[in-house]
Design a protein around this ligand. Structure first.
Ligand code: ATP
Ligand code: MG
Length: 454
């Protein structure tokens, strides 16, 4: 796309002369012979450079320039000035105009000036875009990920955070549920209030109840002093209930009541205590199944999941894997004072991209931290990453029950090896001790056999 330029001069022959000249140089050029028209044009078009006469009727060059600055229009400005007004042109330059041209115009100087001004404009634009991208990236300070899936999560967080609606986060272990819960709190108007987290799976029934609701002095043997529970501690802030599907059914009833009324009684207490809390909960369980199995009350589920949020496993947002790995590497290299450790070796990166990461972001983070400690050179090797230890023994085994035909056993081994190498023909053939043509035959047979219903 040719760069656009505006020439504004009340002397029509100058405006048109410049237009012809610059069009010959390959630019797309508009003209205006009065300031008002020029002002309308700069608002409607993205000009790289605006050449404007200092003296024009209605809106003069300086006024045009100052309006553009106020409106945040980024075009570079070159002032055209007649004899005797060089001082004003210089003044405009001090205000940020790119340069000035004196009448009578010198063509060579014009030819020299325009590309430079355009270049400055383009650099400024590129910087602006970069800044916007960075601002986007740091919207969630601790959260890394630019995949569509993560962007959708960010939008939900931004929309939901300012409300007091309960949010239920569902996702496999290590997908970042607690991180999201904290982000919701940070982005809410409760950010200055407490963030209280409790893991429902960590306590036996009675203790969980006590942790949640607290107790009065003398409520039970050993209750020497009164104790505040999480409900009270989170007043004015956010209560994060981790592994919420692990709560015993009778506590669920009590909890539901407290949630609905935003008030509760301490154990052994008579007084209703009102609280202002937002509840965020998390589970790595299949919700439908937990409800079907009677583990999670459906009415509580609906209370907790006013806004449901599902965190996809890492293997379903492959695009984020490298971003996460590299950012963890920067961080752990710095924490371990490894100044020369900068990147992953190509084969390490290949492994990182292909591996399933069943433990999700947590597993990746831990693996990179360990690698950063072991690494000696500038690049993280497969050995540093302990890649062979990551692949679970289950993934490396073929179980063949007695009664399996030799042909079937062979097929299973071929397919398993193929998936273990993430579909790498050369590696699979090498591991199986056959050549690649032979592998292709066997794969075709295996796939055909699988397709036939037993
Ligand atoms: N998008 C992300 N960007 C950066 N770090 C992340 C991201 N997601 C998760 N992590 C990191 O991975 C680790 C695990 O995250 P978190 O504890 O939030 O997972 P979780 O879903 O609560 O897991 P679990 O179900 O096992 O409790 C944390 O150290 C967290 O900081
Ligand atoms: Mg967690």
């Amino acid at each position: 796309m040719p760069e656009k330029i505006l020439v504004a001069d009340d002397e029509r022959h100058i405006a048109e002369g410049l237009q012809m000249l610059l069009a010959d140089e390959g630019y797309e050029v508009d003209t205006a012979t009065e300031g008002n028209t020029a002002w309308k044009l700069v608002q409607a078009n993205a000009y790289g450079v605006v050449l404007a006469d200092l003296r024009m009727p209605q809106v003069d060059g300086l006024e045009l320039f100052s309006r553009m600055r106020k409106a945040g229009i980024a075009s570079e400005m070159i002032i055209i000035t007649g004899e005797g007004s060089v001082e004003s042109a210089k003044e405009a330059m001090r205000e940020g105009a790119y340069d000035y041209l004196e009448k009578p115009l010198k063509i060579d100087r014009l030819r020299e000036l325009i590309p430079k001004a355009l270049e400055k404009f383009q650099v400024k634009q590129a910087n602006k875009q970069l800044e916007e991208r960075l601002a986007n990236l740091t919207r969630f300070v601790d959260m890394i990920g630019q995949s569509d899936e993560m962007r959708a999560i960010y939008s939900t967080i931004e929309a939901a955070a300012p409300t007091s609606a309960s949010i239920l986060i569902v996702g496999e272990s290590g997908t970042g549920k607690e991180l999201v819960a904290r982000a919701i709190h940070e982005k809410s108007n409760r950010a200055k209030g407490p963030f209280v987290a409790i893991n429902c799976a960590a306590f036996p029934r009675e203790i969980l109840e006590n942790e949640l609701f607290g107790h009065e002095k003398g409520a039970f043997t050993g209750a020497i002093n009164e104790k505040q529970g999480c409900f009270e501690l989170a007043d004015g802030g956010t209560l994060f209930l981790d592994e919420v599907a692990e709560m015993e059914p009778d506590i669920q009833v009590k909890f539901l009541r407290a949630l609905e009324q935003r008030s509760f009684r301490r154990l052994g207490g008579k007084k209703e205590i009102s609280v202002d809390i937002r509840v965020v909960s998390a589970t790595n369980k299949q919700i439908n199944k937990a409800i079907e199995d009677g583990k999670l009350r459906e009415d509580l589920y609906h209370r907790l999941a006013v806004i449901p949020l599902t965190l996809p496993p890492l293997r379903e947002r492959r695009g984020d894997v490298r971003l996460l790995a590299e950012s963890f590497l920067r961080r752990f290299a710095e924490e371990n004072s490894k100044k020369t450790l900068k990147s992953f070796a190509p084969e390490t990166l290949e492994f990182i991209n292909a591996y399933r990461w069943p433990g999700n972001v947590r597993e990746l983070k831990n693996a990179v931290e360990r690698a950063a400690i072991f690494a000696r050179g500038e690049q993280v090797t497969l050995g540093d990453l302990r890649a062979h230890e990551l692949i679970s023994s289950e993934d490396r085994e073929v179980r063949v029950p007695v009664g399996t035909s030799l042909q079937q056993a062979e097929r299973t081994l071929v397919l398993k090896t193929f998936s273990f190498t993430e579909g790498d023909h050369t590696k699979t053939a090498t591991l199986l001790g056959i050549d690649e043509d032979e592998l292709r035959n066997r794969l075709n047979q295996a796939v055909a056999a699988e397709a036939v219903p037993a």
